[in-house]
Design a protein around this ligand. Structure first.
Ligand code: FIX
Ligand code: ZN
Length: 444
């Protein structure tokens, strides 16, 4: 249920202390009513055109589903990829939704999306869903999905060395206040030699060994993209083997160019640690896995670069508790989200409880990682369903100990978790008065 005034706060009795028996309902109301700033997605603003994915064929060929599909079908990945996108989607639907019940997190998310648009969830094929999504007006559809998901803004993942994306940015007339940018550094920090020629072709005097004018030229490259897309943070995913400090090109570029740029722009560096890329290359985007990282690298970065701020998410369940412990030691470290393989309710519950117990409300509980627009709906429905009871339990425990709890403080805590912990950490301006409120959140 959406709140009466869009800010998540209810007007009547907000400052009265709540009877303990009402705490769960009030928390769930505020969690449901508070619009989210989704801090990490692979969505793109409409002006970037073809990069934005939407509709049933993209939903069904999401790499999470393809990974599950290859477990139960006889299709070889190479043969499957020769099919058209809609044929692939039909095969995924048949194997994961018709031949068996969709019990996994990723398959259930598809059912949530279909239901959100009143589309049948137990049909033999996707004809009706395909027709429905194909006739949607794309501009109105974006806002409709944001409204249904209770999302006011998202952060994109923008790759300044992706030739397709950089070409599209040339035609972008203006930024969209619902879509913040994030400068993604994987190609620079993990595939530098491979991308040096591209940087040189753009007029940057950089060298494969990082010497010469490389650092100043890479800084100039960052300046260009910062003024072009106004990123709210810079980001990089890092393997479970990530080590820092170390004698490596990655460490050299990180120390000499990336961290200084983040300080100059006054934005955080997002570190996404623990991914083992392409353990099964045949699966392509579905071929990545997870490994436990040595977070002493993170300890060193937070301690030795106190003027930098680090948004951090870790992929291994075994690293989650250490991340909380480090967050207690370093206020320039902000844990965020339950990433990818730990974005499963059973693990999200564990992570969220330990974060609340160790950090209070000074963390960012979730991000969607959505790649297809409509995924915002199930990912935030599940995030709210999981967070509500855990948050309510924490309030009830402190009320039980004799500290009265009010709706007003629940409302402001939820706004903190869903938005201002991030916006403050990134020094984002408060939402402008003209920021379009999601239509689904009734304006008071
Ligand atoms: O590095 C990342 O941003 C990951 O989230 C992606 O590489 C991954 O494919 C994904 O979408 C996981 O949810
Ligand atoms: Zn991602």
């Amino acid at each position: 249920m959406r709140s009466s005034n869009g800010t998540g706060a209810f007007s009547n009795g907000a400052s009265a202390s709540l009877p303990p028996a009402t705490i769960l309902d009030v928390v769930c109301q505020e969690v449901d009513a508070t619009p989210v700033l989704d801090v990490h997605t692979h969505l793109f603003m409409p002006a970037l055109g073809s990069l934005g994915l939407s509709g049933i064929d993209e939903i069904l060929t999401y790499h999470y589903l393809e990974a599950e599909f290859f477990r139960v079908s006889k299709w070889h990945p190479e043969e499957y990829r020769k099919l058209s996108k809609s044929r692939r989607a039909d095969e995924v639907w048949r194997h994961l939704f018709v031949n068996r019940a969709p019990l996994s997190e990723a398959t259930r998310d598809v059912i949530t999306i279909l239901k959100a648009f009143d589309l049948p969830t137990n049909t033999a094929d996707m004809r009706e869903a395909r027709a429905f999504f194909s006739q949607r007006d794309s501009t109105r559809h974006v806002q409709a999905v944001f409204d249904k998901a209770g999302v006011s803004e998202v952060v994109m993942t923008n790759d300044p060395l992706d030739p397709v994306e950089t070409a599209l940015w040339l035609d972008v007339p203006e930024l969209d206040s619902r879509f913040h940018s994030a400068l993604r550094l994987d190609r620079i920090l993990s595939h530098w030699q491979e991308h040096c020629p591209l940087l040189r072709s753009q007029g940057y005097d950089v060298e494969e060994d990082g010497r010469g004018n490389t650092i100043s030229e890479l800084s100039r490259f960052f300046d260009h993209w910062h003024s072009r897309i106004r990123p709210v943070y810079m980001a990089v995913s890092l393997p479970d083997t990530f080590a820092y400090p170390e004698e490596s090109l990655r460490a050299h570029l990180l120390t000499q160019a990336v961290l200084p740029a983040c300080r100059e722009f006054d934005i955080p560096l997002a570190l996404m640690i623990g991914v083992r890329r392409q353990v099964n290359p045949r699966l392509q985007m579905a071929g990545d896995a997870v490994g436990r990282a040595n977070l002493q690298s993170l300890e060193y970065l937070c301690r030795e670069f106190p003027a930098n701020r680090f948004l951090v998410t870790v992929l291994s369940r075994e690293n989650q508790h250490e991340l909380c412990a480090y967050a207690r030691k370093f206020s320039n470290l902000m844990p965020f989200g339950c990433w990818w393989f730990v974005n499963q309710p059973s693990i999200v519950e564990e992570i969220t409880r330990e974060r609340l117990e160790m950090l209070g409300t000074s963390f960012i509980p979730q991000h969607s990682d959505a790649r297809v627009l409509e995924q915002l709906i199930p990912k935030w429905r599940e995030a709210r369903r999981t967070l509500g009871p855990i948050l309510a339990h924490a309030y009830a425990r402190v009320a039980e100990e004799g500290r009265p709890i009010t709706r007003r403080e629940i409302s402001s805590d939820v706004a903190r978790l869903f938005r201002s912990n991030f916006s403050d950490f990134c020094r984002l301006a408060a939402p402008s008065a003209t920021m379009p409120e999601p239509a689904g959140v009734e304006l008071g």
